[in-house]
Design a protein. Structure first.
Lengths: 371, 131
């Protein structure tokens, strides 16, 4: 392990429990504890507990915080109610995607509303830099990067809510999907949101760094009888891929616009202006750019990022952005950007996997939908 | 015949090779228990064809886990005379028995002196323990 790597407040636990640690976005993170497939299945059938403290957490206080964020995000913010969470993109002036984020409107214990942005770990420093001139335009908005002071734990799976029964107040367990609340866990402050990145029901918790090991242990202990287990980033990736969720650096980057990515729903263009809105207005009508699709491959070998997609005449029509063997589908699955003229469900292609052509066809996303 | 890991020779890249007294020119090749444990969740293995030539230190196939693809390197040079084709449909067996039942290919060696350049168990185990 390189000494420059950042660690989460749960790093010691991961080390003590045999996690295989890898560098991810500057953090020394657990990729798996034992088996990716076993951790994946545990999340699909019971519950998985994830250390996602590497995600960036940015807090905005002040009466005009909503206006600042409404100017920065593709999703409308000024009409958000206390306790609401929205998925949004951050775009540049050209409409390229700088990040995909969750924005929550929360009420502090003192009764004031504030906003919390959860950004990708890999984009945190870029976004914080990019924010600076905009913050200068809104001097009354107080900004804090609270990532290092806090930890974030996800509990995901069909048993996730039930297993938190003994740990969290009932008012939190009855939160609707994409709702969040500031509450307490054993007398310590805790933000709970009904969100996730696995395609399962579940919660994401934000606690103070010093409280994180205790909360983590409590969840795992409560989860033991449900078959819950700690899950690393390896299964987090296969779970989100099955759920058809994009990952920044794979499906999303600054050269991709939201409409290509199938994320037009996260852009509210009507009656509002925000950074990138002029460019997005044009892009929303441009149907010539490659489109994000899902592929299922024949055989057992997975297509990885960068693999070329060819039509039946051998012409290159696209490129894979993520791919893995899918434990749930029991076949290799992938996401790819494909020429829109052939990006039609059911169309057959070949994927070039290191020189071998493997048959694939487009299926509708997601690959997995919870019952 | 039972293959014991202590009696095998290894490449640093975790392939083992075994040569029995009955067929001294034939090398049996596989991947070590350490490699299987490191890879986890195997889903695919690409094998060479019978008659194909392989050379020492060069790729002869690949093994793929849910997370990654890893090339497999041949410890010896020669011609592939047999492949373990059933193994491909039974990769989980490698985590139980990577030696006897988990052999991957047999090679008619063109230069058996290459064996002397491979790691013995003590050296290989030392490498794994310090990985």
């Amino acid at each position: 392990m390189s000494s420059q790597l950042a660690t989460t407040p749960l790093h010691a636990w991961h080390q003590e429990h045999g996690a295989r640690l890898v560098e991810f976005a500057g953090y020394d993170m657990p990729v798996q504890y034992a088996s990716i497939v076993a951790e994946h299945q545990a999340t699909r059938t019971a519950a998985g507990v994830f250390d996602i403290s590497h995600m960036g957490r940015l807090r905005f206080d002040g009466p005009r915080a909503d206006q600042l964020l409404d100017h920065l995000l593709t999703r409308r913010v000024v009409d958000m109610q206390t306790g609401q969470v929205r998925y949004s993109l951050v775009c540049d002036e050209e409409g390229g995607i700088l990040d995909d984020i969750l924005v929550s409107c929360l009420e502090s214990p003192s009764g004031k509303n504030y906003f919390l942005l959860v950004v990708n770990a890999s984009n945190r420093s870029k976004i914080v830099r990019w924010l600076q001139p905009h913050l200068a335009d809104f001097p009354d908005v107080e900004f804090h990067d609270v990532t290092d002071a806090t930890a974030m734990i996800a509990v995901q799976g069909p048993k996730a809510i039930e297993l938190c029964n003994t740990l969290l107040p009932a008012s939190v367990l009855s939160l609707g999907y994409y709702r969040a609340k500031v509450t307490e866990q054993m007398g310590k402050p805790c933000i709970v949101s009904r969100t996730g990145y696995t395609g399962e029901d579940g919660l994401e918790l934000i606690v103070k760094s010093e409280d994180a090991p205790r909360v983590w242990e409590n969840i795992l202990m409560a989860g033991r009888s449900f078959g819950a287990q700690a899950v690393g980033l390896g299964a987090r990736d296969t779970l989100r891929l099955e759920a058809g969720m994009p990952l920044y650096g794979h499906e999303l980057d600054e050269t991709i616009d939201p409409y290509q990515a199938g994320l037009g729903f996260a852009c509210n263009l009507k009656d509002r202006r925000f950074i990138g809105s002029d460019a997005l207005e044009k892009k929303s009508k441009d149907a010539t750019l490659p489109k994000r699709v899902g592929l299922i491959l024949e055989g057992r070998r997975a297509a990885r990022q960068g693999a070329e997609v060819l039509d039946t005449s051998g012409r290159i029509v696209g490129q894979v952005t993520s791919g893995s063997f899918s434990p749930t589908v029991d076949k290799p699955i992938a996401m790819a950007y494909i020429d829109p003229s052939v990006a039609v469900i059911g169309t057959s292609f070949d994927v070039d996997i290191r020189g071998t052509k493997v048959a694939a066809s487009i299926v509708s996303l997601p690959f997995y939908k919870k019952s | 015949m039972s293959i014991l890991p202590e009696e095998l020779r290894y490449l640093e890249s975790h392939e083992w090779v075994s040569v029995s007294n009955e067929t001294p020119g034939i090398a049996t090749v596989g991947i070590s228990a350490f490699a299987v444990a490191e890879l986890t969740d195997l889903v695919f293995m690409a094998l060479p064809k019978v008659g194909q030539s392989v050379s020492s230190g060069h790729e002869f196939g690949e093994v793929e886990s849910v997370k990654a693809v890893s090339p497999m390197y041949s410890p010896v040079s020669g011609t592939v005379v047999e492949i373990h084709s059933e193994l491909v449909n039974n990769l989980e067996s490698l985590s139980v028995d990577p030696y006897d039942g988990g052999w991957i290919m047999k090679v008619q060696m063109s230069d058996p002196s290459e064996l002397a350049r491979l790691l013995d168990w003590t050296a290989y185990k030392h490498q794994c323990d310090n990985a």
